[in-house]
Unconditional design. Sequence first.
Length: 346
Amino acid sequence: MTDYYDLTYSELREKLAVIGEKPSRADIIFPVIYGMNGGSLTDSGLKKETLEKLSGNFFCGELECISTLTSETADKFLFQLRDGNTVESVLMKHEFGYNVCVSTQVGCNMGCKFCASGQLKKVRDLSLSEMTGQLLAVRKKLGQKITGLSIMGIGEPLDNYENVLRFISVAMYQKGFDIGAKHITLSTCGLVPKIYELAGAENPVNLAVSLHAPDDELRRSIMPSAKKYSLAEIIKAARYYSERGNRRITFEYVMLSGVNDSDECAEKLASLLKDINGYVNIIRYNPTENPPFTCSPHERIMSFYDILKKNGIGVTMRRELGASVNAACGQLRASAITDRKGVNIP
Ligand code: SAH
């Protein structure tokens, strides 16, 4: 038995051919299983024998939501996978639409010192079905179209590259979620070869790169993956990505008090990003259970912001400062284990 949600559109066509069905049936099946009312093929107009054959070969795997935390601006969902592992997704409710932040792995191997996800080693990659399942379940609760997708939940998406690309193709399927590539952002800690690969992929989505430091020494001290790829290599890859796809790159920078938030860091960051089509997204650090990190004070963040601006660098802040949401996925308390203890969205 194959889970429909574990197949891309073209994979479903192939599977149908294998069981002696017309591949074009995928044009009926996919819109039904990914449509707003999703799921049942009974009223799809397919003949009884076809339906029987399909139900003998395929099923619709769903994720079980075991807890939900709700706030005005964001909802957080905890899902139980079939093997008992758990992952989280976040729904961000913007004025202009609904953005869902999806996890790509159980745990993460990148080991960023300030990140709760990195404290739990990767258990495994998520399957396609476990990623589409997050979108399906969130949309079912929401009852509305999802307008944007952030691939920046738990895990390093470029470390689960093939499944993430397959997931993007499903999210973009026009008679399904119909989320355009321009509304999809993938965030990476900077796995350079995969950035180049993604640049040549069929669906070049927006790229966000977690920088968090303006020089290699500091970066290596907080992000172990920086030992493998230097900032120069990352910036070169980001530039290539931007030029090839004509995309503006987001550089994420989480404000860690006394670590990476000095004026000098801001100056260095500005010169690092001088000639690139990109902007810095300043992220307030959401304290986790990993001392010694805390978020920089408001004035420090403003000074950092001003220096970037003065140097002609585009800057945004993930939501307004002090806003009552910690649901941007990097701010997740990341592990289901912590979650079970109960995590608040302040
Ligand atoms: N592995 C990917 C995506 C996951 S996290 C990456 O590294 O980009 C998405 C973003 O949230 C990253 O920039 C990450 O560094 C950041 N982040 C992690 N923990 C955080 C926290 N406690 N507070 C704020 N941002 C955090």
